[in-house]
Design a protein around this ligand. Sequence first.
Ligand code: SAH
Ligand code: SF4
Length: 391
Amino acid sequence: MGVTLDLSRAAAPPLAKPNLCGMTRDELRAAIVAAGIARPEKARMRASQVWRWIHHYGVTDFDRMTDVAKETRAALAEAFTLARPEVVERQVSRDGTRKWLIRMAPGIEVETVYIPDVGRAGALCVSSQVGCTLNCTFCHTGTQSLVRNLTAGEIVAQVQTARDDLGEWPSPKEDRRLSNVVFMGMGEPLYNLDNVADAIDIIADHEGIAISRRRITVSTSGVAPEIGPLGARTQAMLAISLHAANDALRETLVPLNRKYPIAELMAAVKAYPGLSNAKRVTFEYVMLKGVNDSPADAKALVKLLAGVPAKINLIPFNPWPGSGYTCSEWPTIEAFAAILNRAGYASPIRTPRGRDILAACGQLKSESEKLRASARRRTPDAARLEPSRSD
Ligand code: SAH
Ligand code: SF4
């Protein structure tokens, strides 16, 4: 089931001005030189000034850059934009979780989720791709084929949009609501590493949004060769979507395991730059009833992780229509966690958040896709072809 682009609209895009909000410092400096707004020798200072307005104060209007000369502001506005992408839908869960559906371009829509009381204060779960190529069998996003990678600017725009909505400009030093960023939304971040790394450079910059790299976590389903480069380039925290401790089972859940089996994955994890007891890798393990949740599975997991500075996040499976899996029973999850705890691993059971607005792990999918599904439901023939799907 694929997502198609609306080519009638995509064919003739308006000549858009470059958006400064998603540029790295170097790109911003080069852009203002190329536009004739700053001479090369003055460009670093001018870029820093504009950078602070964009990333510390969150302005979306050049006229608010009050210490920039009026003519320069006009020249900036002539050549560039600071516009945010359109928020197509905003939902707030009973538990305070917020979800935004953001339209980056026609047919390019992603979901971003803010979860209060996670991390130091609250975590923003960002998407790195529209859809995903990897088809993990328990994941809703995996049923939406890849549309494209997000640009660095589109990743940063998710953070800026959340900050707008949370009223969190200028960037507070203390008492932040948005304190952590996790790349656990739609897509596989390590298939889009360049853009993810540029986005991390932008949101971690001390003169801007300033989210510490220690509070940024990148989750991968196991793209082993990109794990070392991720650490070297970003110094971000690493999370691995493991879900099974043996290859036979993991292959049925995460098909990528056929390409990068567990031994290769674990070798890459053990070599992750900076890994230590103070900087542990997180292993995510989705609890699927009767599939991967027995005491023997827990013991195999302990054996596999021996010697690795790790914590284990047990994620109760979040159901979605037609998935074919159910979540493990609560006592089973607790028994599983107890085995891990006895072996010395912190293994919190992640309380599902935002389930009522389909904002929980693995439930994200863009509205464009949902709308097509509902259109199919309205067509009796199509409905007969896909009777079990009702997203
Ligand atoms: N593609 C990356 C990052 C996004 S997925 C990855 O797979 O790591 C974020 C986490 O949610 C992953 O651990 C994923 O396995 C998990 N997940 C996916 N579907 C889920 C579901 N239905 N219920 C609970 N967790 C799920
Ligand atoms: Fe893609 Fe991650 Fe979902 Fe797997 S779990 S399909 S890698 S988003």
